[in-house]
Ligand binder design. Structure first.
Ligand code: A3P
Length: 300
């Protein structure tokens, strides 16, 4: 496909606003502008991620931690209703009167978050994932998007991702922004890889941060229900509740592989080395480390 046709398809899919690309089908610049004025309450908990970093996984964990009815199966509220999106309120949840403690989800960069957050005790959980696995996951995710009227090949997608011309904007900017402004917020950083390595410890870490004490049995339930295997078949958590005109399930699944290091199956050695160079230039100065493979130690 030629570049003009691709640009046309991308322009129909997303708009750029304040440095970030948003999905034009589910939000607007007006909605994004309003978020700045959103009233925040002290007990709010906001899950923040860059796309494909473990968002629906953590939504499920938080839904299980906060709601006994979700743990014991007596209520049937899907994770998107329980933790509605701030910028993509697809299911029209009344964000203002959402039951307290209000739980929300967003892919927003730090500078587009509600201003009120800086004056409140509200908690932010930021889940990060190594950017090569994010890239591969994102590439497959784009294929499921029925609003994208073209097929993007792998090499082109790699370029778009590195230049930040994808939904959610640049991974590098997102991570840099949240990490360098962490003092402005009440924030806990968690990684996809640590959840993968030791889910129980990650659940306990999140419980501690949100000040919830669960007994052993409840923790066991949270951990069990948040495994890839269980979530894959949990219609309240796996986003199969989204209609096909939002996500074409004949082309893939939200819960695809759920592994660490899948990038090795997709990136060539040259692509990986080029990516390492960009990574070093853009965020090599930050004191953060990612796990690129489950058998290795985390490295910058
Ligand atoms: P893959 O495409 O690599 O499989 P997001 O929710 O931010 O869009 O992230 C989606 C990624 O998280 C997908 O990665 C998906 O498989 C993975 N994921 C979701 N739930 C998971 C779970 N319980 N365990 C491991 N990975 C999970």
């Amino acid at each position: 496909m030629d570049r003009d046709a691709l640009d046309e398809a991308l322009n129909a899919l997303m708009f750029k606003h304040k440095g970030i690309y948003f999905d034009a089908n589910y939000t607007s610049p007006e909605v994004i502008n309003e978020i700045e004025h959103m009233e925040i309450k002290d007990h709010d908990v906001i899950l923040v991620t860059y796309p494909k970093s473990g968002t629906i996984w953590t939504q499920q964990i938080l839904n299980l931690i906060f709601n006994e009815g979700h743990r014991n199966g007596t209520e049937h509220i899907d994770t998107m209703t329980r933790l509605p999106w701030i910028e993509y309120n697809i299911n029209n949840v009344d964000l203002k009167s959402h039951p307290s403690p209000r739980l929300f989800t967003t892919h927003l960069p730090y500078y587009l978050m509600p201003r009120d957050l800086r004056f409140r005790m509200a908690k932010i959980i930021y889940v990060g994932r190594n950017p090569k696995d994010v890239l591969v996951s994102f590439y497959h995710f784009y294929k499921m998007n029925p609003n994208l009227k073209c097929t993007i090949n792998w090499e082109t997608f790699l370029d778009l991702y590195i230049s930040g011309k994808v939904l959610g904007g640049s991974w590098f900017d997102h991570v840099r922004g949240w990490n360098t402004h962490k003092e402005d917020f009440n924030i806990l950083f968690v990684t996809f890889e640590e959840m993968k390595k030791d889910l129980r410890s990650a659940v306990l870490k999140i419980c501690k941060f949100v000040d919830i004490t669960l007994d052993e049995e409840a923790i066991d339930t949270v951990v069990e229900r948040a495994t890839f295997k269980k979530m894959k078949h949990d219609p309240l958590a796996n986003y199969t509740f989204l209609p096909n005109d939002i996500l074409d399930r004949s082309k893939g699944a939200f819960l695809r592989k759920g592994t660490v290091g899948d990038w090795k199956n997709k990136m060539t050695v040259a692509q990986s080395e080029m990516f390492d160079k960009v990574y070093k230039e853009k965020i090599g100065d930050l004191p953060i480390k990612f796990l690129w493979d489950l058998n290795e130690e985390p490295s910058p």
